[in-house]
Design a protein around this ligand. Structure first.
Ligand code: ADP
Length: 306
């Protein structure tokens, strides 16, 4: 089945420590979160992912099916496991422990790509994490980008910098090269500061436009977002909400933004919609559970615009 938006990256099972010390399982992984947010916004979306032949891989397949995310480009590995990570809460705050080395997604190579599905999509979404997990995964993302560009499929890229996965110099080299081939740049402000050495949002946006992106949506946390094209830019304030957990707010922003961009072809309308969806996603704990549906976002926008 062909989909409008294809999200390529590693889904990861999360085990989040609760106050009683036990670990609560949940679903994570930036591009999977983005796909679910897009599906809840009503987009036609699929996952391009590699999972292990284990209970966690099955759990992701069930989740995506329930959420309406197409799984025809999900591959099960017979030899590798689904990636997992633990979130522990100590006196110094959150601590992330990743068990992803050798995971099914990290073993992906350029030869594993579903070429016709990438060509048939309208947007291919990838991230810095999709590339950071291994050298072959970095190569596979570049190959997927090449296939997309040759077919007129737009490429969307979120920096999602994780310095635990690769050193800054390599992250810079790879993400700048990928961003230069992207149509839609979705950097977060903290990432972009590290990667570009710039701190002024306008300068960061100019940096990515100059690299080649046609649309940049720079997310600024509780300061909202700055959306820009070569001839227009708009600072969209965040919706004041009582945020309890911003985990996954950036991923929700991406999915909602891409879903609305597909629907309206207007990056500024997409920025307003995604700002509302991301604000709503901060009202509950975890990444997936609080992601809003389109009707919840529309209701919220109606209320706030009264
Ligand atoms: P990332 O998680 O990628 O660093 P951000 O922290 O920039 O992403 O957040 C992404 C988007 O989520 C922001 O652009 C904004 O729309 C929304 N958001 C994040 N934090 C808040 C908040 N405290 N209140 C309202 N909206 C928020």
């Amino acid at each position: 089945m062909s989909v409008d938006l294809l999200c390529f990256g590693e889904p990861m099972l999360e085990f989040n420590q609760q106050s009683d010390g036990n670990y609560l399982p949940g679903h994570g992984g930036d591009t999977s979160n983005c796909a679910i947010a897009a599906a809840r916004s009503g987009a036609s979306v699929g996952m391009l992912a590699h999972v292990g032949a284990d209970a966690f891989g099955d759990s992701f397949l069930s989740l995506w099916e329930v959420e309406g995310v197409d799984t025809s480009t999900v591959t099960g590995s017979a030899v590798a496991h689904t990636g997992i990570y633990f979130v522990s809460h100590g006196p110094d705050g959150h601590q992330f422990s990743y068990m992803r080395a050798g995971s099914a997604s990290s073993r992906v190579t350029p030869q594993d790509l579903p070429v016709a599905d990438i060509e048939a999509a309208k947007i291919l979404h990838v991230s810095g994490i999709s590339q950071a997990i291994s050298n072959t995964a970095a190569d596979a993302v570049f190959a997927a980008i090449d296939i997309a560009r040759a077919a007129g499929t737009r490429v969307s890229y979120d920096t999602n910098l994780r310095l635990k996965l690769w050193p800054l110099a390599r992250a810079r080299a790879v993400t700048h090269a990928a961003m230069a081939m992207a149509d839609i740049a979705l950097p977060g402000k903290d990432d972009a500061e590290h990667l570009t050495g710039l701190s002024d949002p306008d300068a960061i946006v100019d940096f990515y436009l100059t690299l080649g992106a046609k649309v940049v949506a720079l997310t600024l946390g509780s300061d909202g977002t700055l959306v820009a094209t070569s001839d227009r830019r708009e600072r969209i304030a965040a919706f004041p909400v009582k945020a309890v957990d911003a985990t996954g707010a950036g991923d929700t922003f991406d999915g909602a933004f891409l879903g609305e961009l597909l629907r309206t072809d207007d990056p500024f309308a997409a920025g307003r919609y995604a700002n509302a969806a991301a604000a709503l996603s901060t009202l509950g704990y975890g990444a997936v559970a609080p992601m809003p549906t389109r009707s919840a976002v529309d209701r919220f926008l109606e209320e706030r615009n009264k």
